[in-house]
Design a protein around this ligand. Structure first.
Ligand code: SAM
Ligand code: SF4
Length: 428
């Protein structure tokens, strides 16, 4: 979502004449969009600002803006600690950036952290989401009311908000008109989307009708919101990709309860089995929090069993990171050595699943969306239906197309193949 936000911030500031540069020294304005989900998020910001300070030591200071969830969470604290920062901009207030920049005077620092999702998206709907790649993000929902005990999102992104249905469809059509072949619907709880009883399944159904869109994905979902209508859509949808990212966090009911996740392992498995029955091509990926306070060896082993049962691919795992203001912040942490050992074990099994899945594709022909040329321009980078990176020989003209690729070899993260056919022209 930060990628989407950064892109949209850029779409907005372009209106007042800003252009991106990759030359630090040239910048008049330096904007850092931040994530607060784990670790020493604010320390990373101060470190980065330190770098900018050094670069501009003997030059006129650029305008320095800290945006995103760290800005939301630490606001005044940041302005006090680092006077080099000029503007603090929360994730629900970035549509105000042009007014703030135009009215900025050096003597008056600005902190804008209002939760104003309605006017943000109203404003953004008037500014085109300009396509940069074959695949585009589209935020449909923001914020969260679930309050898992480890998570800062309800405090940094605010309460659950669903964008108006028509606004989303118009943005999807505009992305398709500009050449987007894949749309990734975004939300902190994307499947909690509910606008006048229109649900995520309705959005998928409507986007499915847009001719030029060939792939639809959504992330991130909560297991509790995998409703019947959403499960059913996997039966007939031709464009919804078969990888479902459905974070489970732990395979132990005790830990799920301590985390306030609001579902059991059995319920999660039931969703998995239903989806597999409806569409055997479906695979799951997940997020895991390892060494959550209270996790005993038995709980950890339950997580390993779940991973072996579901055979998750393309998953993420993290050691629990205490976040300021959350219920889990003050809980007794698990010994660092044990935590690391558990993380290594989880990652080993996840990787093993991944290696097996990739190996099983060798000598098979799969469909790949070509996203861009590699840096040396000799090859194409694309993604399989399961989001796995695929590298193959090709030209610039292949970018943005769905291609048939024969997989020659694989490693843990990537598939390598050669082009067999261009499917693009054949898809209705
Ligand atoms: N809404 C999604 C859900 O409920 O599963 C997850 C969204 S959350 C922004 C993304 C991921 O960050 C979570 O699934 C979780 O694994 C991880 N995460 C969040 N807070 C964390 C923490 N305090 N420590 C470690 N990982 C964390
Ligand atoms: Fe965070 Fe997801 Fe839990 Fe909401 S449901 S509090 S976003 S982990």
């Amino acid at each position: 979502m930060n990628e989407y936000d950064s892109k949209r911030i850029y779409d907005v500031v372009k209106e007042i004449g800003f252009e991106k540069t990759d030359q630090y020294k040239e910048a008049d304005c330096y904007l850092l969009n931040t994530c607060h989900i784990r670790d020493k998020a604010s320390e990373k910001v101060y470190h980065e600002i330190g770098r900018v300070k050094k670069i501009f030591r003997s030059k006129k200071k650029p305008l320095v803006i800290v945006a995103g969830c760290v800005a939301q969470a630490e606001n005044q604290e940041m302005l006090k600690r680092e006077p080099y920062i000029d503007i603090i901009l929360g994730p629900q207030a970035y549509h105000k950036i042009n007014d703030i920049i135009l009215n900025f005077t050096e003597k008056l620092k600005v902190e804008e952290t209002e939760f104003d999702a309605v006017s943000k998206f109203e404003y953004l709907s008037r500014i085109q989401n300009k396509v940069g790649k074959a695949t585009s993000f589209l935020t449909i929902q923001e914020g969260c009311d679930k309050f898992c005990h480890f998570c800062v999102v309800p405090y940094t992104r605010g309460p659950e908000y669903s964008r108006p249905f028509d606004q989303i469809i118009n943005e999807a059509k505009s992305l398709a008109d500009q050449g987007s072949k894949e749309i990734i619907l975004l939300g902190q709880n994307v499947n909690a989307y509910n606008y006048n009883d229109m649900r995520l399944s309705n959005i998928i159904g409507e986007i499915e009708k847009i001719k030029n869109v060939q792939r639809i994905r959504f992330t991130t979902s909560h297991p509790k919101d995998m409703t019947d209508d959403l499960i059913e859509i996997y039966k007939d949808s031709k464009k919804l990709m078969p990888l479902i990212h459905l974070p489970v966090q732990s395979g132990s009911d005790k830990i799920l309860n301590l985390m306030n996740r609001k579902h059991t392992v059995k319920e999660y498995l039931k969703t998995y089995e239903r989806l597999k029955k409806i569409n055997p091509l479906v695979e799951f990926s997940s997020d895991f929090i390892i060494a959550y306070p209270g996790e005993e060896e038995k709980d950890f082993l339950d997580t390993l069993s779940l991973i072996k049962e579901v055979k998750f691919i393309n998953s993420y795992s993290f050691i629990f990171s205490p976040r300021p203001g959350t219920i889990a912040e003050g809980l007794q942490k698990i010994d660092k050595k044990i935590s690391l050992k558990r993380l290594e074990k989880v990652q080993e099994i996840l990787l093993d699943n991944q290696i097996k899945k990739n190996k099983s594709l060798e000598n098979k022909i799969i469909e790949v969306l070509a996203e861009n040329q590699t840096d040396d321009k000799t090859k194409i980078f694309g993604r399989s239906e399961y989001m796995t990176p695929v590298i193959f020989d090709g030209n610039k003209k292949d970018v943005g197309k769905i291609l048939k690729i024969k997989i020659i070899k694989s490693n843990r993260n990537t598939l390598f193949g050669k082009m067999i056919d261009n499917l693009d022209k054949k898809v209705a």
